[in-house]
Design a protein around this ligand. Structure first.
Ligand code: NAD
Length: 353
């Protein structure tokens, strides 16, 4: 990794707008970008112990949450600003919007400012497939996708590209969301089935992804819906008081999480006792803990989204800027000729104006 800019490059910060992000991702191809980010995440999870880790700092309101997600590996610091407002969609706003910063630890200067709404969808799909690579039944071909909102197509493409999924069974309480996802995925090569209810969606699925948005203890899946050997990729429950799975499913699943101190507050496991055993995904990746060990095991990735995944995605975009010229130069670092003469710089600017 080489993200340390030369001092002469520090007069501006590369800024990747939503428009630039779309150009970058369309040039690479969304599925390839997700697969690449999955590799960045996996490589950062392999060096998990070298990161500063803290549960994200959350400001809750009745409408949703605004969160800051920081981490550092000692050389590079990153953070994401992200919101989660389940009622936004009905008001014509995104449920999740985000931006992020990557900085050089040695002098504290930012080296990247970027939109992260699109990037979060990519990194969430990437994290899902990193987990599924280790936990899903081998040779799985069919995934149920419950919740067909903003994240949905990214998840479907990720599972097709990285896991070899061929069939995606869509369900959403709002059939217009399902129609939108089916249309967007129509040229993907996936066999898409629009389902009338969640029972129909999970029929024959070896992987079940739940990605719904509701700020409450919802029950998207009940225990009798989950057959032996299934892998559940539960994404939507990512806030205190916001879950998707019935508690009984958790009791008979082997549960894998990103960072337990955060997941115990925000994940499906907020429904369980504080000492309920869970396995950290990074330990499965490094081989210090088991992933799937039997055909009949129900594996559950209780995903809430963790700062290191955003750090990996930021790193990925920063690395791309060397070859893809889609960014603006942002004048966001004051650079007086004499670092102590900040006031003189201001005074000279006033005279020049
Ligand atoms: P979105 O609002 O665009 O889509 C959510 C969809 O869920 C909507 O289409 C809605 O109709 C549907 N839905 C709500 N209740 C349902 C139910 N009972 N059954 C079926 N469908 C239902 O939201 P999004 O951006 O796709 O995000 C989905 C969820 O994932 C949110 O809760 C968000 O906070 C979460 N999320 C998690 C991560 C992570 O890292 N774990 C990352 C991004 C988003």
């Amino acid at each position: 990794m080489n993200i340390t800019p030369a001092p002469s490059d520090l007069a501006f910060v590369p800024f990747v707008s939503v428009d630039d992000m779309m150009k970058i991702i369309n040039k690479i191809g969304p599925a390839k970008a997700i697969a690449d980010i999955a590799d960045y995440i996996e490589s950062d999870f392999r060096r998990w112990e070298s990161f500063d880790k803290t549960p994200r700092v959350a400001a809750h309101s009745p409408e949703g949450v605004i969160e800051l997600m920081p981490t550092s590996d000692g050389e590079t610091y990153g953070f994401k600003y992200v919101n989660g407002h389940p009622a936004n969609m009905a008001r014509g706003f995104q449920t999740v919007t985000a931006f992020g910063v990557l900085s050089n630890v040695s002098n504290g200067y930012p080296v990247l400012l970027t939109e992260m709404t699109v990037l979060t969808a990519l990194r969430t799909a990437a994290t899902s497939v990193v987990a599924a690579r280790h936990l899903a039944p081998k040779g799985a071909k069919t995934m149920a996708m419950i919740g067909n909102g903003a994240q949905c197509e990214f998840q479907a493409l990720a599972f097709q590209k990285v896991l070899g999924i061929e069939n995606v069974r869509l369900y959403d309480i709002d059939s217009t969301a399902t129609d939108k996802a089916a249309k967007n995925l129509s040229s993907s090569g996936l066999n898409i089935t629009k389902c009338a209810d969640p029972h129909q969606a999970i029929a024959g699925a070896e992987i079940i992804t739940t990605c719904t948005a509701d700020k409450q203890y919802a029950t998207i899946l009940t225990d009798n819906m989950v057959g032996a050997g299934v892998h559940i990729n539960a994404i939507g429950g990512d806030c205190p008081g916001k879950t998707e799975l019935h508690r009984d499913i958790l009791s008979r699943s082997d549960i894998f999480v990103e960072y337990p101190p955060q997941t115990r507050i925000e994940g499906e496991i907020q429904q369980l006792a504080e000492d309920h055993p869970v396995t950290e995904l990074w330990q499965v990746i490094t081989g210090t803990a088991d992933g799937r060990t039997s055909k009949n095991q129900v594996t559950l990735f209780d995903s809430v989204g963790f700062a290191i995944e955003d750090f990996s995605a930021l790193r990925y975009i920063h690395d791309r800027l060397e070859d893809i010229d889609h960014y603006q130069e942002l004048d966001m670092i004051a650079d007086p000729d004499d670092p102590r003469d900040l006031f003189g710089m201001l005074a000279r600017a006033s005279k020049a104006a």
